[in-house]
Design a protein around this ligand. Structure first.
Ligand SMILES: [Mn+2]
Length: 424
């Protein structure tokens, strides 16, 4: 009941909830080179339409269902791919009187378009991550927007997006893709195409990398207040025709970045960084999966549903972090996920979960996240033997949920005031 009241309470605003989620991320990312992965996803609640009060934060979505959109920014350590936290979550719904005419929508300033989400999320992330050493914001094709190249980058911030369409450039031959095609490949690498991909045959693709530096021109529809051109790097990773199976198209990525590329190592690094974008897809997948069930919700208002979505997204991310920490070489410190009080509670729990034999001891260093992963996994039902299959996301999720409950009780028993997430 308390939870229901919490989420339906108008005073607990979405903004304050998001602020509490992102605050820790800023501290954890301090001094680090980070990647900020951004993407959008739709959440649907059509089957609960009878129960949800109309006009409470839900609207039509792309698939003509009732729901809302979520555009999170997931922060990753650029040096090892570890998930550090969220630097923004932006939820919105479409109002019923939204302009349906695509043409008139197109001519509006970016701030009035839905695609402003890319810039909005980037500006917010820059603010939250102001003490990071450097950040590269990574977006898919939908983020290939001239306004973004002009508004987002600064001394500490670069943009890396997948190219959506060809662009005019200052240099001859005048077009971005032509300029790229005229470059010699600088390096080749092998890329394993897995068999679970529906559209593609399993194979080892040989990828050729080309890069160049160009100045993209301001599109004609933009006002003169935007710079006439912007200097960017372009990197192409394209499968050699010799490994493309009959009837398939070559695998190809064209990436645009404000980060300078001067050799093949920097070119390949951008391709690798872009490939880490799957982590945000994994977050959405997990958030909607059985267990986190972001689209199964018994609340009566859209606002409540959206707020609960923020909390469950944070939990899904924590499960991902614990899963990453299973790796023996993961050096991520425990405070990335757990506060000092939570660590104390984990310590007591650990003693209870360890067995009498050496094989059933938590042998990971106490200050690392993988020590906590052992405890949470074991609490979630994992055997505890390192020789056994490692705990999966479902087990970690169950362990986290049980731990959250236990921690509430533990804190009550010690009669301590409500812990502030700020002090770690
Ligand atoms: Mn997308």
């Amino acid at each position: 009941m308390a939870a229901y009241r919490f989420f339906n309470n108008e005073k607990v605003t979405e903004t304050s909830l998001i602020d509490s989620v992102v605050k820790r991320t800023g501290k954890i990312a301090s001094g680090k080179e980070v990647l900020v992965l951004q993407d959008s996803s739709e959440y649907h609640f059509r089957k609960y339409e009878q129960r949800i009060e109309p006009g409470t934060g839900l609207g039509e979505t792309g698939r003509y269902a009732l729901g809302y959109f979520c555009h999170p920014s997931l922060v990753i350590d650029a040096n090892n791919g570890s998930v550090l936290g969220l630097s923004d979550i932006y939820n919105w719904s479409r109002s019923p009187d939204r302009d349906q005419r695509t043409e008139s929508r197109k001519k509006r300033p970016i701030e009035e378009k839905e695609s402003y989400k890319w810039i909005r999320g980037s500006l917010k992330s820059k603010e939250v991550l102001s003490s990071a050493q450097h950040k590269t914001i990574i977006q898919d094709r939908d983020g290939d927007i001239y306004e973004s190249f002009s508004r987002i980058p600064d001394e500490q911030t670069d943009l890396l997006v997948r190219s959506k369409t060809d662009r005019k450039i200052e240099e001859s031959p005048g077009w971005l893709y032509l300029a790229l095609e005229s470059q010699n490949p600088c390096v080749e690498y092998e890329f394993k195409v897995s068999s679970d991909s529906k559209k593609r045959q399993k194979r080892t693709a040989i990828m050729e990398v080309r890069y160049t530096q160009v100045s993209i021109k301001r599109p004609a529809y933009l006002p003169k207040s935007y710079p006439p051109n912007i200097s960017v790097s372009v990197v192409q990773a394209k499968e050699k025709s010799s490994t493309v199976p009959d009837g398939e198209q070559a695998i190809e990525w064209i990436l645009i970045s404000t980060r300078k590329v001067t050799d093949f190592i920097e070119a390949v690094m951008l391709v690798y960084w872009y490939s880490l974008r799957w982590l945000i897809e994994e977050l959405f997948g997990l958030h909607k999966s059985k267990g986190f069930d972001a689209e199964e919700c018994e609340l009566r208002t859209g606002w409540g549903i959206r707020k609960l979505g923020i909390i469950t997204m944070q939990s899904a991310m924590r499960a991902m972090q614990l899963k990453q920490a299973r790796q023996e070489d993961c050096q991520l410190p425990i405070e990335v996920v757990f506060t000092e009080q939570e660590q104390e509670c984990l310590e007591q729990l650990c003693k209870r979960l360890e067995g009498k034999t050496e094989k059933l001891k938590n042998n990971h260093p106490r200050h690392l996240l993988r020590w906590a992963t052992w405890v949470i996994a074991r609490y979630g039902g994992w055997s505890g033997y390192d020789s056994q299959r490692p705990a999966g996301l479902t087990t970690l999720k169950q362990g986290l949920e049980k731990f959250d409950m236990l921690f509430q009780g533990w804190r009550l028993a010690r009669q301590e005031p409500k812990e502030s997430k700020e002090d770690f």
